[in-house]
Design a protein around this ligand. Structure first.
Ligand SMILES: Nc1ncnc2c1ncn2[C@@H]1O[C@H](COP(=O)(O)OP(=O)(O)OP(=O)(O)O)[C@@H](O)[C@H]1O
Length: 375
């Protein structure tokens, strides 16, 4: 059969390879309060997924159910298609790293790392080779004879990681593993973990309440609040396209304006601020005319403009309340409508900075496709 050379071949879309599935998972500890509410979540093979959310939002409970230390009250959890619900932890091929390292104090580092292999009854020659390989992987090859108390916190966490990786788990779970380390070491270890993930290609599920940690390391982030995933998306999408007010305020430093809907035009709407100024933006929740809403925009998406240059676009008046200098940029704090605080981010080389002083009146030009309106 002849084929037409001009015919365009549709691009092959790689099917998503799912490793873990949560289907309608609910968890209650006391039979009353739902800690995890009807959770649906698919974790892709090889990805670095972070569960991010405020304290008490149910992240650890999800991780514990995946590890087998807690069982779901209802719903299903599957690993590679196999139902996990009542499978005990030691029968799951899953490794877990905790914040407090949980190393055995009476064992040397090498014995600690060998432990999961001894439990699995691996012969001593293979065991020694695998322990060496795992310790080398986390740059702890020289420390095999020491005891945990002879290591720093960062070193102990590396050993804990080696002990998890040594038995080639299908899935690695980490619950705030860097929480006990100082800021500098934490940031260093974040990069190390990310590089290790890339090198090994193992699926990582990571729990943290630290936004910047989640955004630095993850392929995708599931933002939790009150036992519900508010949004699951790649890092950049969480910044640019938050699904609701919670995500917009929890990720990054979105500006928020209280307003009411003036008119609706398909996916867009015009909102009115308390001082009468109007703005147009994307109507994320299809709010109706007259409804109270909150509009969000990132500080980088606002331009400062002299009042005289108002061009009828998405322009509002503001007064400068202060300038805060950070490394390579300046945050300009403005007051809008006499009430809402709003930040604009400028680079140090921005010419707009020259005439800016506390108390000056200024125009804010907001990109309409970046202003998101939430009911
Ligand atoms: N064993 C338990 N018995 C009863 N309630 C529990 C138990 N474990 C957790 N909870 C409750 O479940 C809720 C969610 O806790 P969880 O540890 O999953 O949240 P989290 O988002 O991981 O918070 P954090 O970041 O503080 O660890 C909290 O209100 C907590 O008090």
């Amino acid at each position: 059969m002849r084929t037409n050379a001009m015919e365009t071949v549709p691009e092959q879309v790689k099917p998503v390879d799912t490793l873990v599935q949560f289907c309608g998972v609910k968890k209650t500890y006391d039979g009353e309060n739902l800690i995890v509410k009807n959770l649906d979540l698919e974790i892709r093979r090889g990805e670095f997924l972070t569960l991010l959310g405020p304290s008490g939002s149910g992240k650890t409970t999800c991780l514990m159910m995946l590890a087998g230390f807690e069982y779901p009250t209802s719903g299903e959890i599957r690993l590679d298609g196999q139902l996990l619900n009542r499978v005990p932890p030691h029968k799951r091929n899953i490794g877990m790293v905790f914040q407090n390292y949980a190393l055995f104090p009476h064992m040397t580092i090498a014995q600690n790392v060998a432990y999961p292999l001894s439990v699995r009854k691996m012969d001593s020659m293979t065991r020694a080779a695998k322990v060496k390989q795992a310790l080398d992987m986390v740059q702890m090859g020289k420390f095999g004879d020491r005891y945990p108390t002879q290591l720093s916190g960062g070193q102990q966490q590396r050993v804990a990681l080696a002990r998890t990786l040594v038995f080639d788990p299908q899935l690695v779970l980490m619950d705030e593993p860097l929480g006990a380390l100082d800021k500098q070491l934490r940031e260093h270890m974040q990069l190390e973990l990310k590089a290790l993930h890339k090198r090994l290609g193992v699926t990582f599920v990571y729990v943290t309440h630290d936004q910047s940690e989640a955004l630095t390391m993850s392929d995708r982030v599931a933002v939790f609040d009150q036992g519900v995933i508010q949004q699951l998306a790649p890092v950049e999408d969480l910044y640019e396209f938050p699904e609701n007010q919670f995500v917009a305020s929890f990720i990054g430093d979105n500006n928020r304006f209280k307003a009411s809907v003036e008119s609706v035009d398909g996916e867009r709407c015009t909102i009115r601020l308390p001082d009468g100024a109007t703005l147009s933006g994307l109507n994320v929740h299809r709010a109706q005319t007259g409804q109270s809403v909150v509009a969000c925009v990132r500080p980088e998406r606002i331009r400062l403009q002299p009042l005289s240059m108002q061009d009828g676009g998405n322009f509002i008046k503001a007064s400068v309340a202060g300038l805060i200098y950070f490394g390579d940029h300046v945050r300009v704090r403005c007051v809008v409508s006499g009430q809402d605080d709003c930040f604009v981010k400028l680079s140090l080389s921005d010419p707009a900075l020259a005439d800016l002083a506390e108390g000056s009146n200024i125009g804010l030009l907001i990109a309409p496709d970046r202003l998101r309106v939430f009911a």
